[in-house]
Design a protein around this ligand. Structure first.
Ligand code: NAD
Length: 275
């Protein structure tokens, strides 16, 4: 495959590009994931919250791909925080996905108002010990949430999956991750498509390479070392979003995109989001 692997702090290697299934209707999910597999994607990012794990499982079963060819991530839903509930929820996810283990299990949101994320993390550590999650990590954690895991538990998360795109570049978290050997996954990598992709800075770079604005932004992530899984239900775009390994952005072009930072969130603030 042309997709590079990124080594994690437990020695496993994750495909740097995957396919995200947030907001894909369950009735479209199996077919869309099969289209992604045909296009060469081998890494799927789903979540209990997305309500389409069973349909991802259906696509896995139909694909004929071997288990060791695939990287499957799911996430512990906000309603399943706690030592026992986080493990029970993973058992349910495994049933829906038709798997004995996921490659990556994440805490979806820290929910500091509940103050259960440390206990939940201990549940993920146990799920890892039991062989049900090959790698464990978190999502939407701020540095002060990560600090508590590092102080109060045994395992440094392998990954923190955070909102990250040219309008929200997360320099602070990225340097925290680097200091502690945590890899960065970027959600909404193309800023959900709207607005961002019309920026003139991107049009100019895109034209220079004969690529689309989406491909330029995805390539920027790859060169930064971020792990990404853009979402689309359109077969041509699914293929387009993977066709990013035959060109390179110059230092100057990378800097131009770095200059687009606005600290502009599309999603909720992890410190106040509690559901
Ligand atoms: P994204 O940045 O991947 O944008 C997807 C949207 O962009 C599509 O719906 C489409 O409208 C448009 N698009 C896709 N390809 C395009 C192309 N080539 N050209 C033009 N427009 C295009 O946004 P996302 O779906 O929010 O994020 C990707 C994945 O990240 C999700 O599917 C999910 O797996 C994950 N995610 C995680 C969290 C979290 O809290 N952990 C939150 C949001 C998303």
């Amino acid at each position: 495959s042309d997709v590079p692997g990124i080594e994690l702090n437990n020695g496993t290697v994750i495909p740097q590009l995957g396919f995200g299934v947030f907001q894909i209707d369950p009735s479209d999910t199996a077919e869309t994931v099969l289209t992604a597999f045909e296009a060469g994607y081998r890494h799927i990012d789903t979540a209990q919250m997305y309500g389409n794990e069973a349909e991802v499982g259906e696509a896995i079963a139909k694909s004929g791909l071997g288990r060791d060819e695939l990287w499957i991530t799911t996430k512990c839903n906000n309603s399943n925080h706690g030592y026992d509930d986080s493990q029970r929820a993973l058992d349910e996810s495994l049933g829906k996905l038709g798997l004995d283990a996921v490659d990556l299990y994440l805490i979806h949101w820290p929910l500091p108002g509940k103050d259960l994320y440390v206990e939940t993390w201990k549940g993920l550590e146990k799920a890892h010990e039991d062989g049900k999650a090959r790698t464990i990590g978190v999502s939407n954690f701020q540095p002060h949430h990560l600090d508590r895991l590092l102080e109060e538990t045994e395992t440094v998360p392998a990954i923190n999956q955070i909102e990250l795109h040219p309008r929200m570049q997360q320099a602070g978290l990225r340097s925290y991750h680097e200091r502690h050997g945590i890899r960065t996954e970027a959600w909404s990598p193309i800023g959900q498509g709207r607005g961002l992709l019309d920026a003139p800075e991107l049009a100019e770079i895109a034209q220079a390479h004969g690529k689309s604005a989406a491909q330029v932004v995805l390539r920027w992530h790859i060169q930064l070392g971020n792990i990404i899984f853009p979402k689309s239900v359109t077969p041509d775009r699914i293929r387009e979003n993977k066709d990013i390994f035959d060109f390179e952005l110059s230092h100057e072009e990378m800097q131009k995109i770095d200059g687009m930072e606005k600290a502009e969130r599309l999603g909720p603030d992890p410190d106040t989001f509690a559901r």
